[in-house]
Design a protein around this ligand. Sequence first.
Ligand SMILES: [Zn+2]
Length: 199
Amino acid sequence: MNHYPEAILKLIRHLCKLPGIGEKSAERFAMHLLTAPDEEVAGLAGSIADLKKQVKVCNTCFCLSDRQTCRICSDPGRDHGLVCVVESPADMAAVEKSGSYPGVYHVLQGLLSPMDGIGPEELRIRELVGRVAAGKVSEVVIATSTSVEGEATADYITRALKSYSVKITRIASGVPMGGELKYIDQVTLKKALEARRAV
Ligand SMILES: [Zn+2]
């Protein structure tokens, strides 16, 4: 590997930081880019550069969006009194794909994990409490995964919302222990949402 020019080594080092990319794949990508047409390489570089500039976070639900308030939060056809709490934009996409959820979302951007230094302040829990405190939410469906962190996060949110008159439910049925939402098939996820239980 060390016989490559520095520019290639540098690219390989960057690519290796991506999830699921080992040194061999990184080397293959670098070699591919080296022989790819200039427009293709410029297009890829440009879209990476634009990513952070153009993708915004919705000011209400904290999902990824290209505008200040996302498509779902600004849709009058959705039930804004029903808020589904998910860990990540990928989990939100999984619930959307299940096709039957009529409400809106709240994206935590992580799960409580004291070992990794992720406490409630690192998540969007205060903002969730703020949405509930504003009085327009009638039900909060906690759809974090059934992992230890997912359960701890669900417990924390339940306690944080206890003093408000809001119905709190948790999806459970059909979601396997330790299961991550984004890997669950759409039918199971749809059933799990329908069979949510009060906590
Ligand atoms: Zn939104």
